[in-house]
Ligand binder design. Structure first.
Ligand code: ZN
Length: 388
């Protein structure tokens, strides 16, 4: 296994993201990465990033003209900015956007972690830092962060194709990716493993295309809990004819979150329903056939009732909580009920439930399926193609 022993597979679930929950505003055409490359935002709002270079590097402007040469950048070198200027440590280097490019074998670091490619500095309240690199290099830091090696090479290859397609489709739409589960988890060089790298290289340039030869939105998630959901139930603008059916999985029963039960105290339930905190009186859900992804839930507390969408209710209940305290999905296996003043929910799976089920992919790989068969099952309506 990569970063964990078998006993830690449960912990790794925390990094098995349900990709595609992110909302991003589009980036101007002139700021977009070159074809086949991606921009991944590494900076966090309100935090000034630090950078380092363990050998020579240069800072270039938009036309790739060299502005400054550094023999190295010490660990913890701060980025700063003012009106129309960027500082790297004590050096004023020019106006954003700028790129720090490594020379020779130099590795660039951000906040103590090593990255391939260039570091792009854009203007913001604090300097905004992007990792700009070829999509194939980006995937080396995504596949092992999104899926444990124990899932098997064919599952990892399916993950590589899904992640490549998702990345290119997102760049085409909005111009950039985020480094966490709002897009896909990306951890740069520190995540890389031999097996995940093999999965990326053995599927180099392979993507999932739709009927118009466009990139499909290759959503995936940890565990579907039995069947994946139609994309249109979750995502606005889901393409017709693609991932539009309830698809039996038959592969994820070994997931530690195939079935779960959670209890939620009245204050959390009231907050998620938008009610003043009060004792819970009643819960009602529609539809009432289980297992099901209910559309709406009505909570009555202190004599007042509120009806909210089940997906919104789930995400409000779960925001900022550890996995053990989250409602992991809206696949509920029976009607939720009140017990001891708490709301009890029994459900299955983890994530939005659209597209590839990662535990299901592992189950299919164990049963002898290759990555093409895994992708064909979960992305019905799409076809596999190699980019020129
Ligand atoms: Zn599944």
């Amino acid at each position: 296994m990569n970063r964990a022993t078998a006993a830690a597979v449960g912990a790794l679930l925390a990094s098995l993201a349900a990709c595609g929950d992110g909302e991003m505003s589009a980036v101007d055409a002139g700021q977009r990465p070159p074809k086949g490359w991606v921009d991944v935002e590494l900076s966090r709002p309100g935090v000034a990033p630090t950078v380092a270079a363990d050998g020579p590097c240069v800072v270039v402007d938009q036309r790739a003209d060299v502005l400054v040469h550094f023999d190295e950048l010490a660990p913890g070198t701060k980025l700063g900015n003012g009106p129309n200027e960027v500082w790297i440590g004590a050096s004023r280097v020019g106006a954003p956007p700028l790129e720090i490019r490594p020379l020779g074998d130099t590795v660039l670091w951000v906040d103590g972690a090593p990255y391939r490619g260039f570091l792009r500095i854009e203007h913001g309240d604090r300097p905004r830092l992007m990792n700009r690199l070829p999509v194939e290099d980006y995937l080396l830091g995504v596949v092992p962060a999104e899926m444990p090696e124990a899932f098997g090479l064919e599952a990892l290859k399916a993950q590589a194709v899904a992640a490549r397609t998702y990345a290119l489709q997102t760049i085409q739409n909005s111009g950039r990716l985020l480094a966490d589960e709002r897009s896909q988890v990306y951890e740069g060089r520190r995540a890389e493993t031999l097996v995940a790298t093999r999965a990326v290289k053995q599927t180099a340039q392979e993507v999932l295309l739709g009927a118009e030869r466009d990139f499909v939105p290759a959503w995936y998630h940890s565990t579907c809990g039995g069947a994946s959901r139609p994309a249109a139930d979750v995502f606005a603008g889901a393409p017709p004819g693609l991932m539009d059916v309830v698809l039996p999985c038959g592969g994820c029963e070994r997931s530690p979150v195939f079935r779960w039960e959670r209890r939620f105290a009245a204050d959390r339930v009231c907050a998620a329903a938008g009610l003043p905190v009060a004792a819970l009186d009643a819960v009602a859900v529609e539809p009432a056939e289980y297992p099901a992804h209910p559309k709406r839930i009505t909570i009555t507390a202190g004599g007042r009732a509120a009806t909210v969408g089940a997906d919104a209710f789930r995400s409000r209940l779960s925001a900022g909580r550890e996995r053990a305290e989250q409602a992991l999905s809206t696949l509920w296996t029976e009607a939720p009920w009140l017990e001891g003043g708490e709301l009890v929910v029994r459900g299955g799976g983890w994530g939005h439930g659209v597209g590839m089920c990662q535990y299901g992919a592992a189950g299919r790989a164990r049963a002898g399926a290759d990555y093409r068969e895994i992708l064909a099952h979960y992305y019905q309506g799409a076809h596999l193609a190699r980019l020129p």
